[in-house]
Design a protein around this ligand. Sequence first.
Ligand SMILES: [Zn+2]
Length: 292
Amino acid sequence: MGVGRGWGASVVRRSVNNNSNRRGWTGNVGRRIPRVDTTTRGTRLLGHNDHNHQWGLGGTCRVVSGAASAAEMYCDACGTRTVMRVPDGDNRERRVCPSCHKIHYINPKVVVGCLVECCRGEGDGLKRQVLLCRRGIDPCKGLWTLPAGFQECGESTSEGAARETREEANAEVRVLAPYAHLDIPLISQTYVIFRAQFKQALDSGGAPMDCESLHSPGEETLETQLFDLDSIPFEKLAFSSVKIVLQSYLEDIKRDRYSFHHGTIVKQPGVAADSPQFSLTNYMCLPTEHKL
Ligand SMILES: [Zn+2]
């Protein structure tokens, strides 16, 4: 499916194809569309004002910006080289085809995922764990993340979150509630994370169940693991968004009530994705009726 690659090479591919035609340049069978040499142009293919996570030296995942000039972009409808222009009635430059006049809008992408919790026992004996995946692909290969990836066309955010969990952790989950919505303007992404639990555990009616048998690494995952809340590997998390979601979850546990979390992650270009150098603004923590 090519999904679940999360933030790696697929970012490049999907950014190029953004919006109006997901097949983009290379999928335009029957038309002579110029191909671009990705080995020499690299992330500059990302498009106007677009950005990418890129694997860097030293084992960190870096955020790089790669504004491509309009001269490098071709119309995915007719193959003509596009120009940057403010269309009539608009207020910002867009990539516009001078031949067929198609406007190639580039908008943020949605990453959907699940915070899968496993609750065993009850009362004072209740044990909570969360499911994390160790990434098997760049960027941030080897680091831990929530099962998440880009929302596909034709699916809802919750369907996408469950699908990504199935693909990355071979886990069948039931989405229980929206949990967090985080924007990252620097890389034009927005995260929609749902709280979920294993279907089999929910269907068991609370009977004791070993959730260890309910997950395993998907194709792009090195390993999956249920972590006790006091052993979440915060020092080895892949992304700032994942860190915020997990920290929020721990705070909810302390408050004994689930909240819905919203905020904007602010980074400076060039900082590592797993760096603590980011801030959270516009943060809202909205208590819900859902008790732990
Ligand atoms: Zn055109």
